[in-house]
Design a protein around this ligand. Structure first.
Ligand code: SF4
Length: 203
């Protein structure tokens, strides 16, 4: 068998094995244990001091949000080999997507898409497509909200990310506490405490 066929066969058997919930959780736990150590030291160091970095940042909250997103992209680049999150995987675009005022302004500024005149009343959005999902792709990828950037699955495959299966168990997810702290500081600074679902604001 050629190396390419070997990879294909391994991928298929991995996908089949992960249809078992216990296997998927075990895989995610194992990845969780190695993911943090795979981030280059300078990036880990920056993350550890991210609140100090934020305190020295100049500019308005939107500029600061952009700087935070740039940092998150660097982290993501260093761990993408551990995640099944890939272009064309749209499962989490069918989950509730919370969004705050500063993120709405960021989307408006970066994508040119303006919010609707009225805010839609809330409903259960689980399973409903995000309005920015077009042709199985995010149409505002560079401007997408914080939660879309923060949600990083670490199972081997995206099988359990499907909205019908996502609530079957609590899967370990990668999270970065200092990133969260800076995001919360930006919300505070921009007085963006109120949250909506993205589908209430853009439709
Ligand atoms: S903003 Fe983009 S990434 Fe986020 S849920 Fe919508 S389509 Fe998906």
């Amino acid at each position: 068998m050629t190396p390419q066929k070997n990879d294909q066969a391994r991928g298929i058997s991995q996908a089949l094995a992960e249809q078992n919930l216990d296997v998927a959780i075990e895989n995610a736990r194992a990845t969780f244990a190695v993911v943090a150590t795979s981030i280059p030291e300078p990036l880990q160091e920056r993350e550890a001091h991210l609140v100090n970095w934020y305190n020295r940042l100049k500019g308005n909250p939107i500029t600061k949000l952009r700087a935070l997103y740039d940092f998150m992209a660097q982290i993501y680049d260093s761990i993408h080999k551990f995640t099944p999150c890939k272009k064309g995987c749209i499962s989490c675009c069918h989950y509730p997507v919370s969004i705050r005022e500063v993120e709405i302004k960021f989307i408006e500024r970066e994508s040119g898409v303006l919010r609707a005149k009225n805010v839609r009343s809330t409903e259960d959005y689980h399973g409903l497509a995000c309005p920015f999902l077009r042709n199985n792709s995010c149409s505002i990828y560079h401007a997408r909200p914080f939660v879309c950037r923060r949600h990083i699955a670490i199972t081997k495959t995206a099988h359990w990310c499907h909205p019908d299966r996502a609530n079957s168990a609590k899967f370990p997810l990668v999270n970065f506490t200092e990133v969260d702290k800076v995001f919360n500081a930006i919300l505070l600074e921009s007085q963006s405490s109120k949250a909506w679902d993205i589908r209430q604001i853009f439709f």
